[in-house]
Design a protein around this ligand. Structure first.
Ligand code: A3P
Length: 253
């Protein structure tokens, strides 16, 4: 077991990665999607599990037998399954805070170190899955030319989950009944998912929930409890140099 824990980060085609997401690369590259497949794309910790649970409930309803979320909606890089795309973006500051706590509790992520060095590495893109800045920007660019891509924001989902599910359904061509939609909104509420062992990753042994829960806070603005004033100023300066497209805007509170 120890051999797989705290893996090394290495450069993979210009993106920082660990072996867990690259070993199957040839298969992933040759993977042929069917037109009705749905790809959920996010930078880590932007709301993957949330949107996975929404989509699973929309398509399959309540499962008779409990199945963990990572089997209902598998990771293409790990399990090789999965074409419309659903991208989920989260503001950089909350995203890095969430990622930090996740890396503390997830032994198959590289050691996070202390918060201030972690923040530096996030800015430099030395994270598993590389640069947040490139990730959200490149998918945003893709959206301008690719109509089969739905770009969602974590912050909008926190503001009004039902409204965002309506937009998602209209993209997917789904028309759930009012009852069904109300049920799904209830089912994917943070408090419900936190308690739901089939959605909260509590069944995964490499995660140490004593350090931090997977369903940690689910909030917008938690970064304020982590960034010092100086860190925030430096972050904003650096952000301006990296995020040049004025049409891509995030809510941070
Ligand atoms: P926090 O660490 O800020 O709480 P991912 O699924 O991409 O790994 O993202 C995990 C983040 O999404 C965690 O953020 C988690 O709490 C949050 N999250 C998951 N389900 C949620 C929900 N139903 N409502 C709000 N936030 C949710």
């Amino acid at each position: 077991m120890d051999a797989i824990l705290r893996p090394k980060l290495f450069d993979f085609h210009g993106v920082s990665m660990t072996k867990f997401f690259t070993e199957n690369w040839e298969n992933i590259q040759n993977f042929q999607a069917r037109p009705d497949d749905i790809l959920i794309a996010t930078y880590p910790k932007a709301g993957t599990t949330w949107v996975s649970n929404i989509l699973d409930l929309l398509y399959f309803g309540q499962r008779e037998k409990p199945i963990p979320i990572y089997e209902r909606v598998p990771f293409l890089e790990i399990f090789h399954s999965a074409m419309g795309s659903v991208y989920v973006a989260r503001n950089a500051k909350d995203n890095v805070v969430s990622y930090f706590h996740f890396d503390r509790m997830n032994k198959i992520e590289p050691e996070p170190g202390d918060w201030s060095s972690y923040l530096q590495r996030f800015k430099q893109g030395e994270m598993v899955f590389g640069s947040w800045y490139d990730h959200v920007s490149n998918w945003w660019k893709k959206k301008q030319t690719y109509s089969n891509l739905h770009y969602m924001f974590f912050e909008d989902m926190v503001e009004d989950t039902g409204r965002e599910i309506d937009k998602l359904c209209s993209f997917l061509g789904l028309t759930p009944s009012v009852e069904e939609k109300t049920r799904i909104v209830g089912e994917v509420h943070f408090d419900k998912m936190k308690k739901d062992d089939m959605a909260n990753y509590s069944t995964v042994p490499v995660l140490n929930f004593k350090i931090s829960p997977f369903m940690r806070k689910g909030k917008v603005g938690d970064w304020k409890n982590h960034f010092t004033v100086a860190q925030n100023e430096e972050f904003d300066e650096d952000y301006k140099t990296k995020m040049k497209d004025p049409t891509l805007q995030f809510h941070v509170e």
